[in-house]
Every structure is written in C-alpha cells, then in structure tokens.
Design a protein around this ligand. Structure first.
Ligand code: ZN
Length: 138
C-alpha cells in the first residue's frame, strides 16, 4: 500500500453557514459539494484546495460521535485523511504495529470511497482517516 496524498483535513463546526462565511467567502475556497452522511449523522461540505480538500462536519443528531466531540471539545480540527491505494493493507500494517483502529473493517461512502479511522490516543492526539479512493477517481 502507498499513501497518495492528504485527501482532506476535517473541521467540526457548530453552524455550517457561519463556517462557510470564513472558508468560502473570506478565504475564497470553492464549495465543491455537500452531502448528508446518515451513517455518521453529519452534514458535510467539501472545499477543494490544491490536491486536497477541507471537510466541514456538522452533526445532525445529538448522539453521534461528532456531536459528542463537539459537546466535549468544541469546534475545531477533527481529523486528517490520508488517501491510500489499498486500505486493507494499510489497516493491517497499522494494527500490526500496535496502533489502534476505530473500525475493524472499512466502511463505504455513497460514492464508493472506502474509509476507516485510526484512534487519536494511539497516534499522539491526531485522529487519522484512511481513504481508498475508487480507481477512476484516484
Ligand atoms: Zn474525513
């Protein structure tokens, strides 16, 4: 497996419109798309910058992981996502070296992207997401 790039940096926000006033209007990043991820109970906005994206996450339920994070730690940086060519191989290598994965197996987004998370307590405080981008989008 090879890491390809930083796919995105994710930021938890309390108010999507207020967040877009900074990232889109003031900083000038284009709004690449929005989606609701019911599985993670978040509203997501992607703003491309270079080869990467800023991912804004707003909880849509009070009991989701992101909602609990927001209540406990406040708005701010949530995770860094590294795109890889083979997510199973990346997960096996990480787990094999004693780092703690949050997901035992990859989950799949609507667009086919497979993803998994590495627990921040085993990485020095940064939650890492792994993405395996579908072949034609890599
Ligand atoms: Zn992410």
């Amino acid at each position: 497996m090879s890491p390809i790039k930083v796919d995105h940096i994710a930021v938890v926000v309390e108010d999507m419109d207020a967040a877009l006033k900074f990232w889109q209007d003031a900083l000038g990043l284009p709004l690449g798309g929005t989606e609701r991820n019911e599985h993670e109970a978040v509203e997501v906005a992607f703003l491309p910058v270079g080869e990467s994206r800023i991912e804004l996450l707003k909880p849509i339920s009070d009991d989701s992981g992101i909602a609990k994070y927001l209540a406990k730690r406040g708005a701010g940086m949530h995770h860094v996502c590294i795109a890889v060519t083979d997510i199973e191989a990346a997960m096996a290598k990480i787990a094999g070296q004693g780092f703690e994965l949050i997901n035992d197996t990859p989950r799949t987004r609507e667009d086919g992207t497979r993803y998994a998370f590495v627990h921040p307590k085993s990485t020095g405080g940064v939650m890492i997401e792994l993405y395996e981008v579908p072949e034609e989008k890599a």
